[in-house]
Design a protein around this ligand. Structure first.
Ligand code: AMP
Length: 134
């Protein structure tokens, strides 16, 4: 059965899309640690990130780099933190999180509750920055 992230990339499940190309897809995390918290996935469904073949793996990080630059342009923060966890959804993904301190990467923190309108507006701004960059 297709993973929830495959369904998102295929448009079968709605998401706050940030960017897409032939091989990769980026969208807002629905339970964000910070405004602009984004997930980047390969469209190819692989559970564990270190099982991805080298070419697709390198491309995933290159794609994430451009997404991170777009997030950084529009979300006030010191840096974009990058982490991979993958214990919840068995489809490899990179977390990109706007951070000001190491504590902003703590997944034990309560997640933000945002209205749909706020997710939409954040996604729109990051998407615009991404499209201007590419
Ligand atoms: P992990 O697999 O531990 O890296 O966590 C999976 C992440 O995916 C969590 O941060 C969830 O909030 C996020 N997530 C799960 N389902 C969705 C969804 N439908 N849309 C956006 N993000 C999701």
């Amino acid at each position: 059965m297709a993973s929830i992230f495959t369904k998102i990339a295929n448009g079968e499940i709605p998401s706050y899309k940030i960017a897409e190309d032939e091989h990769y897809f980026a969208f807002l995390d629905i339970n964000p640690l910070a405004k602009g918290h984004t997930l980047v996935i390969p469209k190819k469904e692989v559970d564990y990130i270190f099982d991805i073949d080298d070419e697709l793996y390198k491309g995933l990080f290159a794609f994430a780099k451009n997404v991170a630059a777009a997030i950084e342009k529009v979300m006030p923060c010191k840096r974009i933190g990058l982490t991979v966890i993958g214990l919840e959804v068995p489809h490899a993904h990179i977390h990109l999180i706007p951070i000001n301190s190491i504590y902003d990467m703590d997944f034990k923190q309560p997640k933000l509750q945002l209205e749909a309108g706020e997710f939409e507006s954040i996604a729109k701004n990051i998407r615009k920055a991404y499209n201007e960059r590419m």
